[in-house]
Design a protein around this ligand. Structure first.
Ligand SMILES: *Cc1c(COP(=O)(O)O)cnc(C)c1O
Length: 464
C-alpha cells in the first residue's frame, strides 16, 4: 500500500474511506455514495478540509474541543510523556505521576466531597463503571436488591451496552438490545412535550415522574438516578428552572444515588467548571470525558464522593478496570488542558464575553420565520424550527427532515451546526471570539434563509 497522506486527491481518500472505514452512527451505503468530507487541519475554532475550505466549527468537534484546535502545549506534553513513560497500568498496586496529578486536580476542581477519580477511556466506559459502582455500593451496604437505575427518555450516556442502555434513545436500544435493571422516565423538553403547561409547571411534572417511578418500583429496588444537567445529543434540552431542584429534593428524600453525566457540561461549557454548579445539583458521582482533554486524547472517568468511595472500598476489591484506566499520556494531556482552562481564564471568557455576546445574537434568530425558540446556557445552545411559532407546531414531514435540510445548508456554507430532529444545536469551542461569533451567526442566518426558501419551494412549510 502506498502512503496515504493529506495530499492525495479527495476522491481517492473518499473511496478508501468507503471501502475500509466503517463510521460510527452512519448509514454506510448513503455515505459511500456521497463521500465523506475529509478534515485535514484545525486551529482555534477553524477546520480545513481536503479541498481547502475553511469551516467554522460550531460543535467543538463532538462537544469536546473546549480550548480550540492546534494548541502546541498539549502536543509537547504528549511527546514528553511518551518519551518518559509511554504506558503503565494502575491495576496491581502501581501508580504513576500523571494519573495521581490528574486525580488530585479533579478532586480540587469538583464541588463538595467529590474527591475520588476512577479513570476510563471514554464517557461510555465511565458510565459502564457507574453502573457497577452504584450496584456495588448497595451490595456492600447489604441491600443487593437496590440495583435499578432510573434514567430519562432521549438522554444520551454513550454507546457501549451499558451506556446505550442508560441512554433513552429507542433506535439505539433497537440495535443490540438493552441490559436489564434500567428504566426511563420522561424528559424535561417543554418545547416539544409541554402542551399548555407553563415551562415551570411542566418541569415540576417531569421531575415528579422520578418520585412516581421510585414508588412504583419500591425504593428498596432503586439504586440511582442518572441525568445530564443539560441533555446534549438529545437536542440541547435545557430544563425549566423548576426541574433540577425538584429532582434533588426527591433524590434526597428517598436516599438514592445521583449521577450527573457531565461529559458535555463539564469543563466550562455552561459557564462553570461543572453543569452541576450551574444548576445547583449535588451528585454522588459525576461522569466526565470530552472536554476533560479537549479531545486531544481519549480519556473519561467518574468523580466519586467520599461516601460512595468509602462504602465501595469497605467491600474489598472491585472487579473492574480498563487497560487504559489513567493512561499516562492521556492523563498528562488532560492535566495540561485543565491548566490552560484555568490559567487563561477560559471559563471567565465564556461567562463574561462569549456567552453574553452570543446570547444577544442567538436570541435574535427568533425573528427568523423558521425559528420558534432560541436557548443558550454558557456556550451550549439550540433553536427549535417550526412552521408555526404560536402553537409550537411540528412539521407535517417526518421529524428531522427540516433539520437535516438546514444542516445541509450549514455544511454547504462552511458552518458546522448539527441537527437533532428539527432542532439546530451549537456548542462551539469555549475560546470563540466575538468576531468569530459574528461569522457563525452570519452563516447560520444565511443557511436558515436558504433552508426556508427551499421548504417554501417544495411545499414543506405545513404543520402536522
Ligand atoms: C458523548 C457522551 C457520552 C459518551 O462519551 P463517549 O466518549 O463517546 O463514549 C456520555 N454521556 C454524554 C452526556 C455524552 O455527551
Amino acid at each position: 500500500m502506498n502512503m496515504i497522506t493529506n495530499h492525495m486527491p479527495t476522491e481517492e481518500l473518499q473511496a478508501l474511506d468507503a471501502a475500509h472505514h466503517m463510521h460510527p452512527f452512519t448509514d454506510a451505503n448513503g455515505l459511500a455514495k456521497k463521500g465523506a468530507r475529509i478534515i485535514t487541519q484545525g486551529k482555534g475554532v477553524w477546520l480545513t478540509d481536503s479541498r481547502g475550505e475553511k469551516i467554522i466549527d460550531g460543535m467543538a468537534g463532538l462537544w469536546c474541543v473546549n480550548i480550540g484546535y492546534g494548541r502546541p502545549e498539549l502536543a509537547e506534553v504528549a511527546a514528553r510523556q511518551m518519551n518518559e513513560l509511554a504506558y503503565y497500568n494502575t491495576f496491581f498496586q502501581t501508580s504513576h505521576v500523571p494519573a495521581i496529578a490528574l486525580a488530585a486536580k479533579l478532586a480540587e476542581l469538583a464541588p463538595g466531597d467529590l474527591n475520588h477519580v476512577f479513570f476510563a477511556g471514554s464517557g461510555s466506559e465511565a458510565n459502564d463503571t457507574n453502573i457497577r459502582l452504584v450496584r456495588r455500593y448497595w451490595q456492600v451496604k447489604d441491600m443487593p436488591e437496590k440495583r435499578v437505575i432510573i434514567a430519562r427518555t432521549n438522554g444520551y450516556h454513550g454507546s457501549t451496552m451499558g451506556g446505550g442502555s442508560l441512554g433513552g434513545m429507542s433506535p439505539i436500544h433497537a440495535h443490540g438490545g438493552k441490559i436489564d435493571g434500567i428504566v426511563h422516565i420522561g424528559q424535561p423538553d417543554w418545547w416539544s412535550e409541554g402542551g399548555d403547561m407553563t415551562p415551570e409547571e411542566f418541569g415540576l411534572m417531569r421531575a415528579r415522574e422520578l418520585e412516581e417511578k421510585i414508588l412504583e418500583l419500591g425504593v428498596d429496588k432503586v439504586a440511582a438516578f442518572i441525568g445530564e444537567p443539560i441533555q446534549g445529543a438529545g437536542g440541547v434540552i435545557i430544563p425549566p428552572s423548576t426541574y433540577w431542584p425538584e429532582i434533588q429534593r426527591i433524590v434526597d428524600k428517598y436516599g438514592i444515588l445521583l449521577i450527573a453525566d457531565e461529559v458535555i457540561t463539564g469543563f466550562g461549557r455552561t459557564g462553570n467548571w461543572f453543569g452541576s454548579q450551574t444548576f445547583g445539583i449535588r451528585p454522588h458521582i459525576m461522569t466526565i470525558a470530552k472536554g476533560l482533554s479537549s479531545g486531544y486524547q481519549p480519556i473519561g472517568g467518574s468523580i466519586i464522593s467520599d461516601e460512595v468511595f468509602n462504602v465501595v472500598a469497605e467491600g474489598g476489591e472491585l472487579y473492574h478496570g480498563y487497560t487504559y484506566s489513567g493512561h499516562p499520556v492521556a492523563a498528562a494531556v488532560a492535566l495540561e488542558n485543565l491548566r490552560i482552562i484555568e490559567e487563561e481564564g477560559i471559563i471567565d471568557h465564556v461567562r463574561n464575553v462569549a456567552h453574553p455576546y452570543l446570547k444577544e445574537r442567538w436570541d435574535a434568530l427568533t425573528d427568523h420565520p423558521l425559528v420558534g425558540e432560541a436557548k443558550l446556557v454558557g456556550l451550549m445552545g439550540s433553536i427549535a424550527l417550526t412552521p408555526n411559532k404560536a402553537t409550537r407546531a411540528k412539521f407535517a414531514s417526518e421529524a428531522g427532515t427540516v433539520g437535516f435540510r438546514c444542516r445541509e445548508r450549514c455544511f454547504a456554507n462552511n458552518l458546522i451546526m448539527r441537527h437533532v430532529g428539527d432542532r439546530m444545536i451549537i456548542a462551539p469551542p469555549l475560546v470563540i471570539k466575538p468576531e468569530e461569533i459574528d461569522i457563525l451567526i452570519t452563516r447560520a442566518r444565511k443557511s436558515l434563509d436558504e433552508c426556508y426558501a427551499g421548504l417554501k419551494e417544495d411545499g414543506l412549510l405545513k404543520s402536522a
